[in-house]
Design a protein around this ligand. Structure first.
Ligand code: NAP
Length: 242
């Protein structure tokens, strides 16, 4: 019998990442999660994943730190044996109009949302090539496609992920590694908790914000069913970008 599949989801102590981890545990995966500092949330997520029957462990490290990513990837490979699916999900916002944006807020967002994806993918790609299977899912955003006032740093990082996704898909297709991105619209998590949700919903064709589970189901589709899909950006946004 084939080994149980393993997924590593970055930023999975809460929000979208947590929902992805749970959805894949329900699909029979063993699940490694990463997080930045929220021990309580991460431990709770691991308990929930174990209750679903998954082997699960949380790894605390900063995805914006290349060395820490390399070390964590080695630990995950040692603990789980292999990684079949990598969900590059961890991300932050440091919003502000460009005229007032300092380089610190620019770099924090680029390092955490874009450079991190290079670090994590770089740390795991050799093992995927060796096992002749891999699925990489990068969490972009609709603002990486359409831009957003007050989010020049975040939009640049999320647009960068799209170019990265398409290039890598072309490089790695022959190795049976698929690389796709998801572009969520407004999803109800801590990241969006201060927004006026009623007002936003008025502008969304489906008239509601998304739930983390809406993204998680797409992640599961890309991991499990979409075996002929690579290099794509899947919009999960209630119809905001058409
Ligand atoms: P969230 O609720 O704020 O959760 C962020 C997660 O990332 C947490 O697990 C956090 O860990 C982790 N994290 C943050 N900085 C990190 C770092 N430097 N190193 C390691 N882990 C780090 O965010 P979310 O709304 O679920 O968003 C998840 C992804 O979807 C992000 O990439 C975001 O840009 C993208 N996205 C979200 C929306 C939306 O509307 N929510 C829309 C489009 C795209 P701790 O718990 O330890 O802090």
């Amino acid at each position: 019998m084939a080994d149980t599949k393993v997924v590593l989801v970055t930023g999975a102590s809460r929000g979208i990442g947590k929902a992805c981890a749970i959805e894949l545990a329900k699909a029979g995966y063993n699940v490694a999660i990463s997080y930045a500092g929220n021990d309580e949330a991460a431990n709770k997520t691991v308990e929930e994943l174990k209750a679903l029957g998954a082997i699960s462990k949380a790894y605390k490290f900063n995805v914006a730190d290349n060395e820490a990513c390399q070390k964590a990837a080695e630990e995950v490979l040692a603990d789980f044996g292999h990684v079949d699916v990598l969900v590059n999900n961890a991300g932050i916002t440091r919003d502000g109009l460009f005229m007032r944006m300092n380089s610190e807020n620019w770099e924090a967002v680029i390092n955490t949302n874009l450079n991190s994806v290079f670090y994590m993918t770089n740390a795991l790609i050799k093992s995927m090539v060796k096992q002749r299977y891999g699925c990489i899912i990068n969490m972009s955003s609709i603002v990486g496609i359409m831009g957003n006032a007050g989010q020049a740093n975040y939009s640049a990082a999320k647009a960068g992920l799209i170019g990265f996704t398409k290039s890598l898909a072309k490089e790695l297709g022959s190795r049976n590694i698929r690389v796709n991105a998801i572009a969520p619209g407004f999803i109800q998590t801590d990241m969006t908790k201060d927004l006026d949700t009623e007002k936003i919903a008025e502008h969304i064709p489906l008239k509601r914000l998304g739930q983390p589970e809406d993204i998680a189901k797409t992640v599961k589709f890309l991991a499990e069913d979409a075996l002929y899909i690579t290099g794509q950006v899947i919009g999960v946004d209630g119809g905001l970008v058409v």
